[in-house]
Structure formats: C-alpha cells, structure tokens
Design a protein around this ligand. Structure first.
Ligand code: BG6
Length: 571
C-alpha cells in the first residue's frame, strides 16, 4: 500500500500535500516525495517518513499551486531516495506517483530498453511512466490520450497521478484496483487515497471507479472511461468529522483506536439491535435472507485480520444458522479456479473496502452468479459499491495499519447477521436468541471494563517483551482469536508468534516449549474450557510460561497460569 495526494487550486500546494501525506502514512512510510509545478516540474524525494522530507527541503522555494505527493511502502525496489516517488520521465517533462503493482512491467521495460530507454530506479512505476511518454511522443497526442492508450496494455493494479510540464495546473489521474478519492472545492480540487487529506477543505467527494480517468484542473473535473466517453461524476457528501482522523492525545492511532472500541461497537449495534424488543434491523441483509437460507454454502472472503473475523463468524454461523460456511483467503481464492454455483452467497469482509485481492475475488464470484454481501468499514469504498447488499461496520476511520477496532466491529456485525438469519430460519430457540441479543448489547460496556485493566496489561507486556517467540492457543471461537493475537504481536512488536488450535499443539509445536517460551492461552469459559485447561497443564509440564486470558472468577485457570488477563463473563 502507498498513500497518494494531489492538489490543484489557488492555495500553496506543498503544505496541503504534506499534511495529507502525514494522514496517509498509515498506508506506507518507507519513503516520501512531492512534485510541484511552477513553470517547470520540481521533484523532492527522500527515503524515510514525511517529516524527514520536510527537514530536507527547509530553505527551498516551494511555491506552487499544483502538486502531487506520495508516501511509499516498497514493492518493486528497496526503500531508497532513487526508488521514492514521484518519478520523472526520461525527458523530465512528466512526473508520476503510483499506488499498486504493474504485473507486466518486465515486458514493458524490455520493449522500452530495446528503444534505448534507461531507468533511474528499480520501480515498475518508472517503467509505466516512460511507456506513457513513449506513446505520447510517438502519437503526438495529449497526456490524457497517452495514459488511456497505455492503460489498455497494463496488467495489475494502480492509481496513478501525473503532471505534464506542458499542461500547467492539470493533474491526470486513473485507477484500477487501488483507491482514489477526489475532493471538490470552490475553484480547487484535492486527490487522495482516502478522504483524510481533504476533510478540512471540503466534504464533497467523488469516488473514482475502476477503469476511469480523471482530468483535474482548479475549476474543472472531467471523468472519462478508457473508451474516452465522459462519465458524470457522482458527488457524495461525507459524514466524517475531522476529529475522527486526529490522534486526540494518544501516542499512536492504534492505541486511540483500541480505546475507541466501546464506542465503535456501540455505533455498530446502534439503530440495529433492540435487545428489549428482540429485534435486529439490517435492511441490506434482510432483503437477501431467503437466498442466504437456501444457499448451499456461504463463502467468507477476506485478508489479514478480516480473514480472522471470517473464521470466528464461521463458528457462529454454523452453530446458529446451520449453514455450511467456508472461509477463504482472497489472495488464494482469486488465483484458483474456484467452483461457484449460482446462488452461492459470498460475504466479503474488509475494513478498507479497497483490498485488491478481496475486490478481485468477489468480482470473480459475482461474474459467476454469486450473491455478494459486503461487511465493510469504509463508506463508499469499492467493495461496498460492488456488493449486492451487506452492512457497514461503522467503526469510523481506522488509521492504524494493524486493524483493531475494525475487527471487533466486524465481529459485532457478523454476529448480528447470524442472529438475524437464525431467527428468520428458526434454527435458534427464541429463548437463546433473546439471551444472545442481551449479551451482545452488553458488549460495549464489558469492553470498557477490560480497557480499564490496561495498566496491568502493560506490566505484563514489560515482563515478556524480551521473549523471541510466542505461541498463541485457543479452541473453538478462541482459535481464530489466538491467530489474530499472534498476527498483532508480529506486526507491531516484530516478535515471532504462532497461533494454533490448542489441541494441535501436541502434533508438533509442543517440541518448542521450554521455560523461555510464553504461551498465550485464550481460555475463556466456554464449551471447550476443560479441554483447554488440559492443554495448559501440558505446557506447564514442559515448563513453558502460561499467560492466559480468562473469564473473571475462573480460579482454576488462574492457578495454572503464570499470569492472567481477566475479561468479564459473556455469552
Ligand atoms: C493488511 C493490514 O495490510 O490488510 C491488516 O495490515 C488488514 O490489518 C488487511 O486486516 C486486510 O485489509 P482490509 O481493509 O481488507 O480489512
């Protein structure tokens, strides 16, 4: 992932772009660059975070009213000054930034090398840029025309923003598979990977669709498809508050988002769950209830943390709805030739609604007749738009790269969907249904209680911070939660961690257990609890350190553990 920003209008472009890039650093932060147009094109770029570029350009004249900027997460070519975006074409007249991957770049590069092109970086982006320049000079056409011709040859995913020295004030943008939002101001336009760079200037935005090309000038926004036909821009009014994308005193966005969970889960349930009346209202699901109930199977498709939410939902759906559920990594699903029958129901789970693998996987399933339901956080995102129905998670913008509040909101939505379907189908007794509704309704309060124990959890983190490996174990619903715990530790602490079903431990991983290995048990009181307790005993017998997440009052598990984190009883 990379973050892209563009501006054209009466303001100074540089501060708008820099501020926007800082908001998008969650998408990548290994190098940063800005191209400004003031007469000619000037490019400033540097390995490292946005702040490092800011320092490097102190004292430079950065005056310009149009510019593009990029914050990178390297795919082609190591993070370095030369691989940072924007790239300039061979002639120096074009500058371009790119988010995505050009899969056939090697073939395009060979063609260009044969024509005498040389390259200043190792990136696929510079290849595409020179390919565009070659078409422009060969056909003596406008940049817009050259981009359109070039993109017909491109295999892969992209959002590109280009500036041409010969077209002052104009930014050409195009997308396929990566997100692009254009903010519409008075006599000015903003471009971004999401709406955060433009929120303080305008709430009116256009989400650009795949295979669309935008010609953006201060007072003009023209959208076209790759067939050169004009498309009417659909302007949406955003309902996001600027405070939602600020840190509000927290050291990191991730911490802020963890602490937001009582509110975000409440927001997700609000207006849908009425525990007293015993109702769940989800119109985007209800209209497909018949098809869901009759479906041979439900396939959940997602990546990363969202995939873990799908795994938890598999247990919930199968238990409550008695419908066969399969959970697929989108990246695997899209590249095989999956067997999809008409009437299969796909639930696509995604925080951003823009994850390329998930998007392509559901496009494939949709083309084969499946019904697509999106469980998506980002309103108006690509996955939300191509789904037939579904439900938003309403967790607000998640800026932290490692997903937290989106995960719990996904679980809340998926649980509500399962309960709704189970009630319509009659696969759950009324008594259990009412009980589960009340339990779900109480979750925000219980999460708030758990968050009060943060100082004790911090102490535990300090105690175990030097371990080089961790094992996370759980059974049933808690197995995917263990996977998610291990993923978070890897992603955030750079400590190797494995998640396992607790019973699988004896089939190999137990060989790793000794006094240096902390083993985190997700061991709340549920149907599998006794079994998990015996797994704890196995770890103790091998002198492993048992760190358990237990239900408050579970003295037996407490006695078996070296350390515990308590959570309130639920379910
Ligand atoms: C990864 C993030 O890049 O994408 C994960 O690090 C996230 O936190 C995953 O779960 C999938 O993203 P999304 O937006 O489709 O849920």
């Amino acid at each position: 992932m990379c973050g892209i920003v563009g501006y054209t209008g009466p303001r100074e472009a540089y501060p708008v772009i820099i501020k926007g890039l800082k908001r998008l650093e969650y998408r990548g932060y290994d190098s940063t660059g800005v191209a400004l147009q003031n007469g000619g094109l000037k490019v400033y770029k540097k390995k490292g975070k946005v702040a490092e570029l800011e320092e490097a350009v102190v004292g430079t004249n950065l005056h310009a009213n149009v510019g593009i900027g990029h914050t990178r997460w390297a795919t082609h070519g190591e993070p370095s000054d030369r691989n940072a975006h924007p790239h300039q074409s061979s002639s120096g007249k074009l500058a371009m930034i790119h988010n995505g991957i050009i899969e056939n770049y090697a073939q395009l590069k060979n063609e260009l090398v044969r024509k005498g092109y040389t390259f200043a970086s190792d990136t696929d982006t510079e290849v595409l840029l020179n390919f565009i320049e070659e078409i422009k000079s060969n056909n003596e056409c406008s940049l817009e025309e050259a981009v359109r011709i070039a993109l017909k040859r491109v295999v892969g995913a992209y959002v590109i923003l280009l500036m041409d020295e010969d077209e002052p004030g104009t930014i050409i943008a195009a997308r396929k598979g990566s997100p692009l939002v254009i903010g519409v101001g008075k006599g000015e336009h903003f471009l971004g990977s999401d709406a955060s760079p433009m929120l303080e200037y305008t709430k009116e935005v256009v989400y650009v669709n795949d295979y669309e090309l935008a010609i953006v000038r201060p007072d003009e926004l023209i959208l076209k498809n790759l067939g050169n036909e004009k498309v009417t821009p659909y302007i949406q009014k955003l309902d996001i508050d600027l405070a939602a994308i600020e840190k509000n005193g927290y050291e990191h966005f991730m911490l802020k988002e963890i602490f937001e969970q009582p509110q975000t889960i409440y927001d997700c349930l609000r207006g849908r769950l009425d525990a007293d009346a015993g109702t769940i209202t989800m119109s985007g699901i209800q209209q497909y209830a018949d098809q869901i109930i009759k479906a041979n199977r439900i396939v959940m498709i997602a990546c990363g943390t969202s995939w873990h939410a799908g795994l938890v939902a598999e247990y919930i759906f199968e238990e409550l709805c008695r419908i066969n559920v399969e959970v697929e990594y989108a990246s695997e699903f899209r590249y095989r030739n999956p067997v999809i029958s008409e009437g299969d129901v796909i639930i696509a789970i995604s925080q951003s609604g823009e994850t390329a693998d998930t998007l392509v996987a559901i496009e494939t399933a949709k083309s084969k007749g499946a019904i697509i339901l999106g469980v998506v956080n980002a309103v108006g995102s690509s996955i939300a738009r191509i789904s037939h129905g579904g439900a938003y998670t309403h967790a607000g913008p998640e800026i932290g790269v490692a997903s937290t509040k989106a995960f719990t909101a996904q679980l809340a939505v998926l649980t509500m969907i399962a309960l709704k379907i189970a009630q319509i189908k009659g696969s759950v007794s009324n008594e259990r249904y009412m009980h589960l509704l009340r339990e779900l309704n109480d979750i925000p309060e219980k999460v708030a209680e758990v968050l009060k124990t943060a100082p004790a959890i911090e102490k535990l983190a300090n105690k175990y911070k030097d371990a080089s490996d961790f094992l996370y174990l759980g059974r049933g619903y808690n197995f995917p939660v263990a996977l998610e715990g291990a993923l978070k530790l890897k992603e955030i602490s750079y400590i190797h961690a494995e998640g396992y079903p607790a019973a699988e431990m004896k089939h190999g991983p137990i060989a790793l257990v000794d006094e240096t290995l902390p083993v985190v048990f997700v061991a709340t009181r549920d149907a599998y609890h006794e079994k998990v307790v015996s797994n704890m005993q196995e770890i103790k017998a091998r002198k492993g350190k048992v760190v358990s997440v237990i239900t408050a009052g579970d003295e037996h598990s407490r006695d078996l553990s070296d350390d515990v984190m308590e959570i309130p009883r639920s379910g």
